[in-house]
Design a protein around this ligand. Sequence first.
Ligand code: HEM
Length: 221
Amino acid sequence: MLRTTVGLKVFMAVTGILLVLFLIAHMLGNLKIFVGPTAFNHYAHWLRAIGTPLLPNTWYLWIQRTVLTVAVIGHIWSAAVLARRARAARPVRYAHRQPVQGSYAGRTMRWGGVIILLFVIYHILDLTTGNLNPVGDKQHPYANVVADFAPHRWYVTIWYVLAILAIGFHLRHGIFSALRTLGQQSQQWQRRSRAFALGFAIVLCAGYLSVPFAVLTGLVR
Ligand code: HEM
């Protein structure tokens, strides 16, 4: 199936959906910060205990990490193969190309993807391993998050905001494309897919952005 272009697009959509499911769960988890330090830290400890006593501690987390890593690699691989095929189908470049083709998000998928990948590497070193965090206390993620977005570390907040906006653009176009691949080919379906993708991207961005802004304004301290 992965030899055909449609098969590759379906694979890209399915790996993308797995990543989106993680993004939804992670955003809901992050919002626990508004409940307070005890609830947030308890939630982080619970993440390590999911699946127990059936599985030993942290096993579920490692299974999830493995699935997500495979999904990220698969997503990037299928994007690269599809891009190479599109180029090979048109070896001679257009002498005249329409300057406006597709949406802004559609044209920035590749660079957006690179920014998101760099962000995830930074973010893991910041809030999972603690190496780049001023507190870096694995037992108290609440304190790590509050220290991260302190006003004097405004450059960290800007970096997070940029990465989250890149995710928003990437999702808007990605969800729209995935729905087009997996759904019907009608005008009405396209219109609904576009509206859904935009609404989803806005809600997700707002959820993620609310945390650094709450710390910056002193609502969470
Ligand atoms: C302001 C927004 C965000 C905040 C406050 C935040 C917070 C956190 C925290 C506290 C952890 C560590 C949890 C723990 O180990 O107990 C974490 C882990 C993680 N976050 Fe985020 N996050 C944010 C945005 C994102 C985004 C946008 C992505 C994806 C593009 C992401 C992906 C991850 C990943 C992959 C992990 C590692 C999970 C693991 O340990 O397996 N985060 N985040």
